[in-house]
Ligand binder design. Structure first.
Ligand code: BES
Ligand code: ZN
Length: 636
């Protein structure tokens, strides 16, 4: 496909500003092609370690004389190359990135490299815990934790098909399709689609499964199984079919998921064939299945088409949020049609719902741009010497989303953009790409369709490489306005009232709220009250004004609700409300709630109290979450 000269220049300029090599790996990955990987992981609950064997089938592309792999806090036991034992070197550990494993190579293009290893107690990828019904272990490798589970090219720029073998006294799931096994305590999985290291995963525990769709089961420990099934069975297949019509056929065959114990640090993680989910989604009202839609969307954006390094993380998450919101909008339209609306009305309702989520995204983007390290509010990052976990925020999600949303609008709306979606995902499936390849593909698609001028109106430099907010797009505020006007009444009331004896607000005011309007309302008050003199005695009445919020077990409500109260209510550490909230934090390892929760204790009660609570409970948290809270509280 030939591009115009000015486009070629633009692509070249973007390319020059990006790193050619992933700065967060020490491996020499560009010299090799990985044809196949076989990974055996053998779990010991007694020693809380995993013994492993990884067998790489490589092509040496450049006749290089050594192979360098990433490791961190791993014990390497032996290395065999093409049948002969070799003496390897492990470099001194570099902060964040770990120790390079240096393996001398014979002169051969085709290489079989077998490495025996064992994890240590410094492994940041795995957590051994006591599950509800027995011992349990799970891993979380994104972004650069895979290297502490097994020696690898720990960059999303490298992909390989895998065979996985998991050994454990309890049931094992890994990142592939289960295969039959005749050996006790041994589980086989095949992953024929090439995947990067960060999608490698192992979980073992007393797991059971229940169907939630024709190609989907949910796994978890027995006591929670029925609740998990109920939460997802209505939406699962529907999500799959909508996503398929948006992009193309789901290629991974089955879409199963696993609800983890409560220390799981994320909302969800898109492990191929076995999406991992936080148990905080099981709220008994199906209000949080959107996270499932998000992880499902990663089956295309991220898992089939992957960012080539974490500097281009927006390609994974921005695209996924874009698809997630399209799915959520389509479900809304579908439901409106079932309720008897015309096609046109239903489409409009679907758009209103999508736009409601988009507004939430915009608010998060504004908040993050105001408070986060400006280097990491750029769409494309420079991660040289940095820990990708430190760069992580809502930015790649929302700035990525708004970038794609802008493109959708520029090229003429959803229908026009749909053609590009299919073209892009088909072009890059099984591959990894960077931002300049994305822009190139965009021009490649739209130049012949007469839309070059439209794309040329975009200030590429600002969009890709400058910190802070992009231009605010048009958003349909129908659903958000209902919330804002009610919230504004509160603000007026507080500004103008002399006393708070007859409060003109009650729970029934919110009866018509649907979906996430509740959440937006509380978040709106959190924002507005920041700049308002709110009397603590008024705040203390909130639980009796809105008793349903006060009793909510749903983290999406509980988290902003307690922020609102504790930040303004002049509560003491001995108050029941603070005790209840601290207790909830002590069993909630999802970082979306735990990190702001400790900040609320710190800013609303005291640093001493926050630290005391954290120290009491820190063993509960996953290593990634623990280290982030330590940073947040200034303990490291
Ligand atoms: N892949 C991410 C989780 C992740 C990101 C793990 C970076 C490690 C490093 C996952 O798809 C995700 O985005 N989860 C979100 C949920 C979502 C609905 C926005 C989360 O965990 O909050
Ligand atoms: Zn995601």
């Amino acid at each position: 496909m030939s591009l115009s000269t000015s486009t070629k220049k633009l692509i070249q300029k973007i390319n020059e500003r990006s790193h050619d090599l992933d700065p967060t790996t020490q491996s020499n990955y560009k010299n090799f092609k990985v044809n196949h990987t076989e990974l055996t992981l053998d779990v010991s609950f007694n020693s809380k370690t995993i013994d492993g064997l990884v067998k790489y089938d490589l092509t040496n592309l450049t006749n290089i004389d050594e192979l360098i792999l990433d490791t961190r806090a791993l014990t390497i036991k032996s290395v065999i190359v093409n049948g002969s034992k070799v003496s390897f070197k492990l470099s001194n550990p570099v902060p964040i990135y770990g120790s390079a494993l240096i393996i001398p190579l014979p002169t051969a293009t085709s290489l079989k490299v077998d490495i025996e290893f064992q994890t240590t107690d410094k492994c940041t990828a795995i957590q051994f815990i006591q599950g509800d019904t027995g011992p349990y272990v799970f891993s979380q490798c994104q972004a650069i934790h895979a290297r502490s589970l097994f020696p690898c090219f720990d960059t999303p720029g490298v992909k390989s098909p895998y065979k996985f073998i998991g050994k454990s006294p309890t049931k094992v799931t890994m990142s592939g399709r289960p295969q039959p096994s005749n050996e006790p305590n041994t589980y086989y999985f095949d992953q024929p689609i090439p995947i990067p290291s960060y999608l490698v995963s192992i979980t073992s525990g007393n797991l059971f499964k229940a169907p939630i769709g024709p190609r989907s089961d949910v796994y978890c420990e027995k006591p929670n199984l029925k609740n998990c099934q109920w939460e997802f069975e209505k939406d699962m297949e529907n999500y799959l079919q909508i996503a398929e019509s948006l992009v193309f056929e789901y290629e991974w065959k089955r879409f199963d998921s696993l609800v983890l114990p409560s220390s799981f640090p994320y909302g969800g993680m898109e492990i191929p064939n076995m999406t991992q989910l936080t148990p905080t989604l099981i709220s008994g009202d199906r209000t949080q299945t959107k996270v499932m839609a998000h992880e499902l969307a990663h089956s295309w954006s991220g898992n089939l088409v992957t960012n080539t390094s974490w500097e281009h993380f927006w390609l994974n998450e921005g695209w996924t949020v874009y698809l997630e919101r399209r799915i959520v909008g389509a479900i809304g339209a579908q439901e409106a049609k079932l309720a008897g609306k015309s096609d046109e009305e239903a489409e409009q309702i679907g758009e209103q719902i999508r736009h409601f989520d988009i507004i939430g995204g915009w608010n998060a983007l504004v908040e993050t741009c105001e408070t986060f390290n400006p280097d990491f509010t750029k769409l494309v990052w420079n991660l040289k010497g940095q820990d990708p976990d430190d760069a992580f925020s809502r930015i790649p999600y929302e700035k990525g989303f708004f970038f794609l949303f802008q493109l959708e609008n520029k090229v003429g709306g959803k229908k026009e953009f749909d053609h590009f979606i299919k073209y892009y995902f088909e072009k890059y499936r099984y591959q990894s790409l960077n931002t300049s390849s994305f822009v190139e593909t965009l021009y490649e698609f739209y130049e012949p369709r007469g839309k070059k001028d439209v794309l040329d109106t975009i200030n590429w430099d600002k969009e890709l490489f400058v910190s802070g907010l992009p231009e605010k797009p048009y958003m349909d505020t129908t659903l958000a306005d209902q919330v804002y006007s009610y919230g504004n009444k509160w603000v007026e009331y507080i500004k103008t009232s002399q006393n708070f004896d007859n409060i003109p607000f009650k729970e029934e005011d919110l009866d018509s709220y649907q979906g996430e309007q509740d959440m937006l309302f509380i978040e709106y008050l959190v924002e507005k009250f920041k700049n308002l003199d709110v009397p603590p005695e008024l705040i203390k009445k909130f639980p009796s004004i809105y008793p349903t919020y006060a009793a909510s077990k749903n983290g999406e409500i509980l988290s902003p609700w307690n922020e609102l109260l504790i930040m303004h209510g002049d509560y003491q550490s001995t108050d029941q409300l603070v005790k209840d909230f601290s207790n909830w934090l002590s069993v909630t390892g999802r970082m979306k709630y735990a990190r702001p929760g400790y900040k609320v204790l710190k800013n609303g009660i005291s640093l001493e109290f926050a630290v005391e609570q954290f120290n009491k409970h820190k063993e509960f948290y996953h290593p990634i979450c623990r280290s982030m809270i330590e940073k947040d509280l200034g303990l490291v």
